[in-house]
Unconditional design. Structure first.
Length: 229
């Protein structure tokens, strides 16, 4: 968590806090749609698959007048980009795993994404970051939680167990299309978890813009030097 200081009209200097959040999950789960709904309050049926990574910035004014700047990293779900996730994860303060409830066979991928995140975050010299699970497109399967997963176990029971085993703090039912406000509720919950996380870095400045041509350089400059001698 990085902090800078801004001055108010009355001369009072208030902190600005920066969080980097990564959105991960299979292709076409709705990661881009969720981010666009959260940042710009809009939805489109014509979003193209993310190539590599995309970014968005959300500025939130707190009750005391201070600013929270959240950089949202939209990571491609295609397997061919898997070798790049370590670079994108570095410096993250929190993560969102997104699952499309209309694709039941992809449920097992939740574990794959969380395992990949934890392994590579630990490789960057920090403990796993606070993580939430968004069960997206619930407007298309409103009874999904009560449907059977396997052997008499409901999807709700399965997901609850998976979250406990994988260290996912909570899951939320979301729909970027209908905007039921659960996206905002989930994000606010994640910010609270990050604020309480004892491993959140205080010396980590996250730039508001990133030049993809300089991704390796930005990655080197914008992250902590815990692994350096």
């Amino acid at each position: 968590m990085a902090r800078s200081v801004t001055a108010t009209e009355g001369g009072e200097r208030l902190p600005e806090t920066f969080y980097k959040i990564v959105f991960i999950g299979n292709i076409a789960t709705g990661k881009t749609s969720i981010i666009q709904r959260y940042v710009n309050n809009r939805f489109s049926n014509s979003y193209k698959s993310t190539i590599g990574v995309d970014f968005a910035l959300k500025r939130i004014k707190n009750d005391n007048g201070s600013m929270l700047n959240v950089q949202l990293w939209d990571l491609a779900g295609q397997e061919r980009f898997a070798n790049l996730t370590s670079v994108y994860y570095k410096g993250s303060h929190g993560a969102i795993v997104v699952h499309d409830v209309t694709k039941q066979k992809d449920l097992e991928s939740i574990r794959s994404w969380k395992d990949d995140l934890d392994k590579k975050i630990i490789g960057h010299c920090r403990s796993p970051v606070p993580t939430l699970l968004l069960l997206n497109k619930i407007d298309l399967r409103p009874d999904w939680l009560t449907e059977e997963y396997s052997g008499g176990i409901t999807n709700s029971e399965y997901i609850t167990l998976q979250c406990k085993q994988l260290g996912i703090a909570q899951f939320y039912l979301t729909s970027a299309k209908t905007d039921d406000h659960n996206i905002e509720v989930a994000m606010n919950s994640l910010y609270e978890l990050i604020e309480k996380d004892p491993n959140t870095k205080l010396d980590q400045a996250i730039p508001s813009t990133i030049d993809l041509a300089r991704s390796e350089e930005v990655d080197e400059e914008s992250t902590s030097s815990c692994c350096k001698s």
